[in-house]
Every structure is written in C-alpha cells, then in structure tokens.
Design a protein around this ligand. Structure first.
Ligand SMILES: Cc1cc2nc3c(=O)[nH]c(=O)nc-3n(C[C@H](O)[C@H](O)[C@H](O)COP(=O)(O)OP(=O)(O)OC[C@H]3O[C@@H](n4cnc5c(N)ncnc54)[C@H](O)[C@@H]3O)c2cc1C
Length: 284
C-alpha cells in the first residue's frame, strides 16, 4: 500500500484519478478496523488531513466544516455548539474521546453505515456537501450523499471537501438522541434528530425530524410539517409525531434489535427529541 498526503484539493483529485484502486481517508477509525477484519486495502491511500481546507472550521454567516476535521475539534467550538447543540451531541456520541480526536464527518458519512450518528442531525440541519473531482467542484444536499449501506453517490475520483450548514433562524433548537444497549462504545439501534423553530406565540414555524438506523439511509419524517406547523407542542401533537415516526421506519431485525423493537424506539425517541429541540428553541 502506498501512502500519500497531498496538501491541496487539486493534488488530491489528481492522485485519486491516477488509479482506480485508490481511496481517501481522514481519521482511519473505520478503514483500519475494517482492514484488520480482512477488507481489501487499496494500493493507494490518500490522506486528506494535510489539506488546510479539509481540516478547518470556518464561519462566514454559514458554517463551513472541513470534511477531515476531527469531530472533537468541531465540538470544542463554542459558537458552533451554541448554534447546533444536537449536531454536537451526535458527534460527541461517536466512540470515545480517542475516536473523536480522529474521526471526521467526511468519514462518518462516506463509510455510509445506516447507524452513523452524524447523518440524522446533518440532514435535519439541511447541510450541503461540497464534492471535488478532476472536473472541479459541485455541491449537493446532504441527503443525496449516502445512497445505501456502504454506498455513496460520489463518482470515481471524487471526494468530500466540506460541509456547509446555515445558521439557524432565531428561536431554533436541535437535539439528537440514540439508543444503544451499552452506554458507550456501541452503535445506534435507533437515532433521532429533531430541529425546531418556534415563534414568540409558542407555535412551531419550522420542523425537521430525521431517523437513523431504521432503513438503508436516513429517513426524514415528511408528515412532521403537517402535524406540527403553526401549532404549540401538546401531548396530542407529540403522540401524532411518534406515530408518524413509527410509520416512516423500514428497519431490519439484527443482533442489536428486532424490527418491532426499532419501530417502538423510533416513536419513543422522536417524542423526546422533538420536546428537547423545542425547549432549546425557546431557551427553556
Ligand atoms: C471503537 C469505535 C467506536 C465507534 N463508535 C461509533 C459511534 O458510536 N457512532 C458512529 O457513527 N461511528 C462510530 N465509529 C465509526 C467511526 O469512528 C466513524 O464513522 C468516524 O466518523 C469515521 O471517520 P474517519 O475520519 O475515521 O473515517 P475513515 O476511516 O478515514 O474513512 C471512512 C470511510 O470514508 C471514506 N472517506 C473518508 N473521508 C472521506 C472524504 N472526505 N470524502 C470521501 N470519502 C471519505 C474512506 O475512504 C472510508 O471508506 C466507531 C469506530 C470505532 C473504531
């Protein structure tokens, strides 16, 4: 295996295009354990961490997060955390402190596990993805990046440069909750992200609820707007949201939980995440 560490996006694109058997990486917290389990390591490994644009957290009215930036560094940014408490919670659930000091959002998304913790919150916050390749750069909505377990929409020779997340409107809040059988170092049986914007009158003006680990990719609960918009948060609204989340699920049964258990959890966590995001939106 040849290891290269380019210092520019163009150089990385050229290296990636030089052979079909090349792969980018950032923290290597997914690819190294997978290689240890016998998965093919490509003949060319392109380390993205030396490219300044990929290892940075910038704010210019929107947040621009380099795809190879360790999640611990993003979560340490006080201003970012204040805007996105839920997304920060999601990053803080990835493995341990040691894993978070290496793990990147680019790796978490492009590994394309249905249980990846950052996915639901990034979708709920309507993040965009900047992708580079030999032909230049393009930007897509985050929900178009992962297309199935272990599969992304990236073309051969392309990689993720950065994620862009717009500052939420005033009176907004987000939350991410997941269930794991163990308290730490386990992956989500179900994860739920909610993002809410609430008017002074207490009525919801914007809502997004996104489920993880209940389908091949993240699932947005489309009925959320109809159920919640222009209404205050009542028990009946929460019941309807929980029901809509259960109906949106298409989970499998595996060693972490049965299909029925995951559907039940999706309802429970949706209730709690929506309530938490709403409380944050109104500063309660
Ligand atoms: C002990 C342990 C616990 C873990 N716990 C969790 C957990 O709780 N929740 C969770 O979600 N994950 C967990 N993980 C998985 C892993 O840590 C995360 O998915 C992490 O975010 C991956 O980031 P990375 O930079 O290390 O990825 P890497 O291993 O560097 O890359 C992962 C994949 O993404 C591709 N890739 C990386 N960067 C890019 C890019 N910019 N553009 C295109 N492709 C790219 C690589 O080619 C590779 O296929 C855990 C892993 C370990 C070892």
């Amino acid at each position: 295996v040849r290891y290269v560490a380019p210092t520019s996006v163009v150089e990385a694109s050229e290296l990636l295009a030089s052979t079909e058997d090349a792969r980018v990486f950032a923290g290597a917290t997914d690819i190294l354990p997978q290689a240890a389990l016998g998965r093919h390591l490509p003949s060319l490994l392109v380390d993205l961490k030396r490219i300044p644009r990929l290892s940075s957290v910038e704010y210019n009215g929107s947040w621009i997060i380099g795809a190879a930036t360790p999640v611990a560094r993003i979560a340490e940014n006080d201003r970012f955390r204040a805007h996105f408490l839920g997304l920060t919670e999601a990053m803080r659930l990835i493995g341990s402190d040691q894993i978070q000091s290496r793990a990147s959002l680019g790796g978490n998304l492009c590994n394309a596990s249905p249980a990846a913790d950052s996915g639901p919150s990034l979708v709920a916050n309507q993040a965009r993805v900047v992708i580079a390749g030999l032909a230049g750069e393009r930007t897509i909505p985050i929900e178009e990046l992962v297309v199935g377990p272990g599969r992304t929409s990236l073309a051969l020779g392309e990689f993720v440069v950065e994620f862009i997340v717009d500052t939420p409107p005033p009176q907004s809040g987000d939350a991410y909750l997941r269930f794991t059988p163990r308290t730490e170092m386990d992956i989500a049986v179900v994860g739920v992200a909610a993002r809410m914007t609430v008017a002074e009158s207490g009525e919801c003006t914007k809502v997004s609820v996104v489920l993880g680990a209940v389908a091949p990719t993240t699932v947005s609960v489309d009925a959320a707007s109809e159920i919640m918009l222009e209404k205050p948060l009542t028990d009946q609204v929460l019941d309807e949201m929980a029901q809509a989340a259960r109906e949106a699920c298409q989970p499998i049964t595996d060693k972490r939980g049965t299909r029925e258990y995951r559907i039940h959890l999706a309802g429970v966590l949706t209730r709690r995440a929506v309530r938490a995001a709403t409380q944050r939106a109104v500063g309660a």
